[in-house]
Write a protein that binds this ligand. Structure first.
Ligand SMILES: Nc1ncnc2c1ncn2[C@@H]1O[C@H](COP(=O)(O)OP(=O)(O)OP(=O)(O)O)[C@@H](O)[C@H]1O
Ligand SMILES: [Mg+2]
Length: 249
């Protein structure tokens, strides 16, 4: 049996009486890339915010690396890196200073923060722009800085909420290859995306969410097999079949 690194049980969260997350349970094994997919407003980001200790669930429990989110949020935070859907950057600072700042926030000393910052900027193809102010960066570069920040402190578990949204194919490839590299090094990753081809290539298993609940969860291959020949149908076919074609927002 693979080791369960994250366990979420019966998560609920409502805003002003509307159920954003309505009884979500799943577990993620160590070293697994787990895709959380779903239409706009399905409850993916709300789920991630609960898993990453930002938002307290109305009901339900979460354990990451054996630490309970309710009882030991600090222990959870020490294990995780978070790349949020909304960019979280200080645009007045340079890329380097952003990374060093967030490195210090996760407890690195100045020297170690600088060393990791340089290495992560290099990984994201930004080494030569280290001293550039982030407000002068393109959308793709800002996304890459956002991901580089999430890697500060070498987390064991990475949450990536739409890391490739709104970026050009070059940045998308760089981000994509970085995630593949992290996966190959054994990082455990929860990944959300609206690009079904990405999820199919990258994820060991995916959960498809709609209206606050998980409506399917399996390997991309098994999900495709449920609706046809897995070599001919796509994960997008599965997604549309399960979630329908009605617009959500
Ligand atoms: N802080 C909040 N206050 C009120 N409603 C919220 C809040 N956060 C989320 N919601 C609502 O909860 C529902 C789920 O939102 P959530 O952001 O989790 O969806 P999502 O699956 O991440 O969507 P997207 O693909 O657009 O990012 C939506 O109806 C959203 O409007
Ligand atoms: Mg979201």
């Amino acid at each position: 049996m693979p080791e369960e690194f994250l366990v979420a049980r019966n998560l609920h969260k409502s805003f002003n009486g509307n159920n954003a997350v309505n009884g979500v349970s799943f577990s993620i094994h160590k070293g697994e890339v787990f895709g959380l997919l779903g239409p706009n407003g399905a409850g993916k980001t709300t789920t991630i915010r609960m898993l990453t200790t930002v938002l307290e669930p109305d009901r339900g429990d979460i354990e990451i690396g054996g630490h309970s989110v309710r009882q030991d949020a600090e222990g959870v935070r020490a294990l995780i890196g978070v790349c949020p859907q909304e960019l979280a950057l200080y645009v007045e600072l340079s890329a380097m200073d952003n990374l060093v700042f967030f490195g210090r926030m996760v407890g690195l000393n100045g020297k170690e923060a600088k060393a990791q910052a340089m290495s992560h900027l290099d990984l994201m193809g930004l080494a030569d722009r280290a001293k550039g102010k982030v407000d002068k960066f393109s959308g793709g570069m800002k996304r890459r800085v956002n991901l580089a920040i999430a890697l500060m402190g070498h987390p064991q578990f990475l949450f990536l909420d739409e890391s490739t949204v709104g970026v050009d194919p070059q940045s998308r490839n760089n981000i994509y290859e970085t995630i593949e590299g992290l996966r190959d090094e054994g990082m455990t990753i929860l990944y959300t995306t609206h690009y079904m081809d990405e999820a199919d290539r990258l994820c060991d298993r995916v959960a498809i969410m709609d209206e606050g609940v998980i409506i399917a969860m399996d390997t991309p291959h098994a999900l495709k097999s449920q609706i046809g020949n897995p070599n001919q149908v796509t994960l997008e076919d599965v997604f549309l079949k399960l979630t329908g074609r009605t617009l959500r927002d």
